[in-house]
Ligand binder design. Structure first.
Ligand code: GTP
Ligand code: MG
Length: 173
């Protein structure tokens, strides 16, 4: 599914949001560079990375935007969401509060992003099975009620990361 294209058919902007320390930046570097950093620093402002993929024969440049979960480090909200076709809303399966805040992040998306934005709810750190604090069923129920896609991922192991991003990009397409 990978290629080094000469010509890009589409650029898809995707935003990654969720509480601080849930693993947003590491999910992004796993998807964009297949890298993981254990002592990752909190994001300040906005960063983005890209990965070019082929979906249904079209060359798509995924431009993935990442900002701080912490309010005081966050970018200007309206600019961050402008033109976004997809969103990855991330919580940490070992941190119940990060899941309890997901509803607020959905509200922010509904307020600032385009109505047609495709949203995937991501339960990250699925490798930490012994510390699980959010049952998968709770997340599935929330996602169904809100009309979101849902995946559990591990940026550390890489498990499900590509699958989740590809599903989002295919859905946008
Ligand atoms: P902010 O930039 O502050 O909003 O945080 P963030 O959501 O970008 O979190 P970040 O990606 O920096 O990761 C926070 C911490 O969680 C780091 O210590 C990572 O190493 C760790 N981490 C991220 N993903 C995983 C994962 O899938 N499994 C495990 N075990 N640790 C992870
Ligand atoms: Mg970050």
């Amino acid at each position: 599914q990978e290629s080094v294209p000469e010509k890009i058919d589409y650029v898809f902007k995707v935003v990654v949001i969720g509480d601080s320390a849930v693993g947003k930046s590491q999910l992004l570097s796993r998807f964009a560079k297949n890298e993981f950093c254990i002592d990752s620093k909190s994001t300040i402002g906005v960063e983005f990375q890209t990965r070019t993929v082929t979906i249904k024969g079209k060359v798509i440049k995924a431009q993935i935007w990442d900002t701080a979960g912490q309010e005081r480090y966050r970018a200007v909200t309206s600019a961050y969401y402008r033109g976004a076709l997809g969103a990855m809303l991330v919580y940490d399966i070992t941190k119940r509060p990060s899941f309890d805040h997901v509803a607020r992040w959905v509200e922010e998306l509904r307020a600032h992003a385009d109505n047609s934005i495709v949203i995937t709810l991501i339960g990250n750190k699925a490798d930490l099975v012994d510390q699980r604090a959010v049952p998968t069923e709770d997340a599935i129920e929330f996602a169904e009620n809100q009309g979101l896609f849902f995946s559990e991922t591990s940026a550390l192991s890489g498990g499900n990361v590509d699958t989740a991003f590809f599903r989002l990009l295919e859905e946008i397409y």
